[in-house]
Design a protein around this ligand. Structure first.
Ligand code: WT7
Length: 652
């Protein structure tokens, strides 16, 4: 475990502050700090008030049962997530309000009202039942950003099945591993999806994945558009594969929602950890939905007339909580877009904002840095005057990007919410509340009401620069790692006492109590807002026949935050070559997915190790960053590093 580096020292001297504009504050859900008092004095009672805004089939009586590290929220209550995201809105003015406005990359569009959504989800839910899917069964979802992705998640929720969404950019092998780990019997995929004008052959990938695992009994295939199947050479396996449109065709639109216990799992979502194996993060029904709803409403100040767009992919937690569950639980209008921000031109996002009158926009710092690089003339061509609030998530945002976002997208008028959270936290934990918080470029500011966060050192003492820790349970916290209780305890609850959550991030706190998140302190990387395990990339590399050993570190990247640098020793007799560099990069992309493709590969005859044989990643990071070498006295062969460093400077 490496303590956070002080690379962000200069951040704390950031002097620019922005108070909520009076016009914004006047109408905001939260406009008076007094509204936060209850959350401080009685967090559980306060969360229970939020929970009671949901429809419960059976009301809960106990709010929290906390036996560290196990928390159960509202555990004697029963409800259904799809009912709360859809049916609940059908008896009032939202019945025919747009729930989902979708645009495909080629420009095709579809809009679904809440009533439409009810029909679509119910028919699919009945379709899944007809395939034998029951409460508690796992359903894997491997789809592009199309409405059927949301329908599939909600259909699972409706019948109490547990979904496991796998990002469409993951490789067949990654998909197979996730299917195996979760023991999914049904897979929902599509013949293809559009990305930068190309068709991603998802079904072909899925078929390849299913050659590696025999768990899946039924595959539901969405026809993405006419001709997509032909271009991708989609083949349907008899008795196993069924077209989505055939499956739902004769299904009734009446599908009673299962009454689920608040603690029943809603979904599993895999994220990278410090070993080669991703962790299946398990989320709950009642607590998850409560906090998803609360944070969406308060952080994004969501109102009925808003048009809300979160640009994440449903394959990540942001897509789960802030495209599907949080906004729909609030009865909001959600924009969903399939493709790339620069297709066909670099103004695509702004065109969409203008076309649908987007009012709340939520994206990642990597995207903002890309927009900056493309130039302000692209957003400048569009009327963005309806935007009233901007958000960021996924990685630290540099003040320069924050200021650019404010000026060129937000017209110097929109508050910016820099939201810190994780796959494991389920929803936002540290964030400004746009009507009351004074923001500063680069800080996620303060814990959301009801959340207790602090900074601790190794010994568990409170400090102003150290490890980010959450000191009380929160409703949308992860309930476990699928099939691995020991890893759950060990990873998150063992650093201090069993009731204190170790987030894996380093952070600092300023005199005003703002949290400045510095980045991961474990062996995971954050590349363009995606978490990637160094061990995953290393295992992929050593599976290549030419590779003997590999060590992977992150280095600073101006656009993506971090980029992957791999140090590789080759097997005897394997010559180093440019071709091999290319082949190894491709090999990792094929094994894991394009997001894990290393930016640099450096061959070395030896890796720096401690006497006990542990690879010294800190030194490799210094080399990759081109920094001066740190302390090498514990190295087995200090000369190794010196040589490596010289070579890196020459070639890297
Ligand atoms: C890690 C979680 C939460 C959805 C997207 C990523 C980093 C997240 C911020 C932020 C600085 C951030 C942290 C965290 N991170 N938001 N606002 N400022 N860093 O989810 O893949 O689970 O990754 O992303 O390092 O631990 P994830």
């Amino acid at each position: 475990m490496t303590p956070p580096e002080n690379t962000f020292d200069d951040l704390l001297t950031e002097e620019r502050t922005f108070d909520p504009p009076e016009e914004f504050r006047a109408k905001a859900h939260v406009r008076d700090p007094e509204q936060l008092e209850r959350a401080k004095s009685d967090p559980e009672g306060w969360w229970a008030e939020w929970a009671r805004q949901l429809d419960w089939f059976k009301p809960f009586h106990e709010v929290l049962d906390w036996q560290p590290p196990r928390a159960r929220w509202f555990h004697d209550g029963e409800l259904n997530v799809a009912h709360n995201c859809i049916d609940r809105h059908l008896d009032g003015p939202k019945r025919n309000k747009a729930a989902l406005i979708w645009e495909g990359e080629p420009g095709d569009t579809r809009t679904y009202t809440y009533w439409d959504l009810h029909r679509e989800v119910s028919r699919l839910a009945n379709g899944l039942r007809s395939l034998g899917v029951e409460r508690g069964d796992r359903v894997a979802i491997y789809l592009p950003m199309i409405p059927e992705a949301a329908f599939s998640m909600l259909a699972c929720a409706r019948i109490g099945a547990i979904h496991s969404v796998v990002f469409g950019g993951f490789s067949p092998e990654s998909l197979a591993d996730r299917i195996d780990d979760a023991d999914a019997r049904v897979l929902i995929t599509a013949d293809g999806g559009y990305r930068r004008g190309n068709v991603v052959p998802l079904k072909r990938n899925a078929d390849e994945a299913l050659e590696r695992t025999d768990r899946v009994e039924k595959v539901v295939v969405v026809a993405r558009g006419w001709n997509v199947s032909r271009t991708t050479g989609t083949r349907m396996v008899p008795d196993r594969d069924v077209w989505y449109h055939d499956l739902v065709e004769d299904q009734s639109a009446d599908c009673p929602a299962e009454s689920m216990n608040a603690e029943d799992p809603l979904f599993v979502l895999y994220t990278s950890g410090t070993t080669g194996r991703p962790k299946g993060i398990v989320h709950s029904t009642g607590g998850y939905l409560t906090q998803a709803m609360a944070t969406t409403r308060w952080v994004f100040d969501l109102r009925d007339e808003d048009v809300y767009w979160c640009t994440a992919d449903v394959g990540w937690i942001t897509g789960h909580t802030y495209i599907v569950y949080g906004p729909l639980a609030n009865g909001a209008t959600v924009v969903m877009y399939e493709g790339a921000p620069d297709f066909p031109r670099r103004n695509r996002f702004w065109e969409i904002c203008e076309k649908y009158g987007v009012t709340v926009f939520y994206t990642a710092p990597t995207a903002i840095r890309a927009f900056m690089g493309w130039g302000e003339e692209w957003p400048g061509r569009h009327d963005l005057s309806r935007l009233r609030l901007l958000g960021t998530v996924g990685e630290p945002i540099n003040p320069e990007a924050w200021m650019w976002y404010r000026e060129h997208i937000g017209g110097n008028r929109c508050p910016i919410v820099d939201t810190w959270w994780q796959t494991e936290t389920g929803s936002i934990l540290i964030t400004p509340l746009p009507g009351v918080t004074t923001t500063r470029p680069g800080t996620a500011t303060k814990p959301f009401p009801g959340i207790s966060a602090t900074l601790l050192n190794e010994g568990g003492e409170e400090v102003d620069s150290g490890y980010l820790a959450i000191t009380r349970p929160w409703p949308s916290m992860l309930r476990g790692i699928w099939g691995d209780d020991e890893r759950f305890r060990e990873t998150y609850w063992s650093k201090w006492d069993e009731g204190t959550y170790f987030a894996g991030d380093g952070a600092k706190r300023d005199a005003q109590g703002n949290f400045w998140i510095l980045g991961r302190v474990d062996d995971t990387l954050n590349v363009a807002g995606h978490r990637i395990g160094t061990m995953e990339v290393e295992s992929a590399l050593v599976e290549h026949p030419a590779v003997a050993e590999a060590a992977v570190v992150g280095r600073t990247d101006e656009l993506k935050g971090q980029a992957i640098a791999a140090f590789v020793t080759l097997r005897e007799g394997r010559p180093r070559s440019e071709e091999l560099v290319v082949a190894l990069k491709e090999h990792v992309a094929t094994k894991i997915g394009a997001i894990a493709r290393p930016a640099d590969i450096l061959f070395t005859s030896d890796l720096p190790k401690t006497r006990s044989g542990k690879i010294m990643r800190r030194l490799l990071r210094d080399i990759a960053e081109g920094k001066a070498l740190g302390d090498t006295t514990t190295l087995a062969d200090p000369a190794v590093v010196e040589r490596l460093k010289e070579r890196y400077e020459q070639e890297g």
